[in-house]
Design a protein around this ligand. Structure first.
Ligand code: 3HC
Length: 311
């Protein structure tokens, strides 16, 4: 009976074994995986917009080629993740409708504008850096398809982070105006990057259960701390100042102490009140509607193929 199935499931989780789509799983496990994987996929797709804004305005062909490759990677990451979500019985068309109708979320970080080209470097350095901190542990997530999607995504993510950092290093060796652009972009993106990791553990309704089911391997605060510890030396090497007067090394803890992010800002941005929420969803809706004919043509072609094979 179910008690036996539940016990078997609990044992597999306890022994760090993977749960595969056809295995029995508690309904809550399936639901929270659909929630998290769909949001992760939506984040990748919406995340193409801030960077896409600079595709036609990069300072050189080399920078355009790099940015094009990165934006294409993000699209691919979204598709891997929709495929992982679909192993749980949902469909990407349904998930897309939920995104557009605001019934599913995407990462708050993509609701901020990209005002100068230095933003492209800072997104690679901080946003993809934060994504790496968050995604590497997810390679060990208990749900097989999610963990395997993460392995592929993490390989490309390190290229994203390196190209951003290299872009900033180049600008820091440039003119005073370029150095000021890097500092100004860092000032705008630092706190929103810390908010990518979610609310504090005490305010995180999903963390405890996600940790018990080994979907998450670290809590929001643990990963945020890891990101700060990793990033401060990088800021020093770049020669930029992180906009947090409370940031300092704490020898007893062996970590950096840092200030409290503005959690009301995170709540507001998640709730749709960020600088670019309207624009991001309007663009996503428009792209979906304009793509209707492509989906119909692909479906008609597939039907013809199937009919041909039947004879
Ligand atoms: N933006 C939007 N929503 C957020 C959020 C954020 N930064 N942080 C938390 N939330 C939402 C949660 O989704 C949850 O709402 P829900 O129950 O309706 O889904 C609520 O706020 C409470 O947060 P919890 O901490 O309880 O939720 P989780 O346990 O799901 O933790 C998370 C949030 C850390 C984002 C986790 O979902 C996660 O690790 N997701 C996978 C990674 C991901 O989505 N990363 C997005 C970054 S973008 C990216 O990686 C692309 C790269 O190429 C840049």
């Amino acid at each position: 009976g179910d008690a036996e199935l539940q016990r078997h499931f609990d044992e597999r989780i306890a022994h760090d074994q993977r749960i595969e789509p056809r295995d029995w799983m508690p309904e809550g496990y399936r639901k929270t995986l659909v929630r998290q994987i769909a949001q992760h996929a939506h984040s990748e797709i919406i995340g193409m917009q801030p960077e896409g804004n600079w595709l036609t305005r990069t300072p050189s062909l080399r920078r355009k080629a790099i940015l094009l490759a990165k934006v294409q990677d993000e699209a691919g990451h979204g598709l891997y993740l929709y495929s992982a979500a679909e192993t749980l019985g949902v469909d990407r068309a349904e998930l897309t409708e939920k995104l557009i109708d605001r019934r599913q979320k995407y990462s708050s970080i993509f609701n901020y504008p990209t005002l100068t080209f230095a933003d492209i470097g800072v997104i690679g350095w901080l946003v993809d850096g934060a994504a790496i901190c968050n995604q590497v542990p997810l390679c060990r997530s208990s749900f097989g398809p999610y963990a395997r999607a993460m392995v592929r995504i993490c390989k490309e993510e390190s290229f994203h982070q390196r190209q951003g950092y290299e872009l900033l290093m180049t600008m820091m060796r440039g003119t005073a105006e370029q150095r000021e652009m890097v500092q100004e972009a860092t000032d705008r993106w630092w706190w929103p990057s810390l908010m990518m990791f979610g609310p504090p553990d005490a305010d995180s309704p999903n963390t405890q259960q996600s940790m018990a089911w080994r979907i998450k391997r670290h809590t929001n605060d643990e990963l945020r701390q890891k990101f700060v510890d990793m990033t401060v030396p990088q800021a020093e090497a770049l020669g930029v100042t992180l906009p947090d007067p409370e940031l300092r090394w704490n020898a007893e803890r062996g970590h950096y102490d840092f200030g409290e992010p503005d959690w009301s800002e995170l709540k507001r941005v998640i709730g749709g009140g960020g600088p670019c929420n309207e624009q991001r969803l309007a663009r996503r809706r428009a792209a979906h509607e304009e793509g209707q004919w492509v989906r119909e043509a692909a479906a008609a072609h597939a039907a013809k193929q199937a009919a041909r094979e039947e004879v």
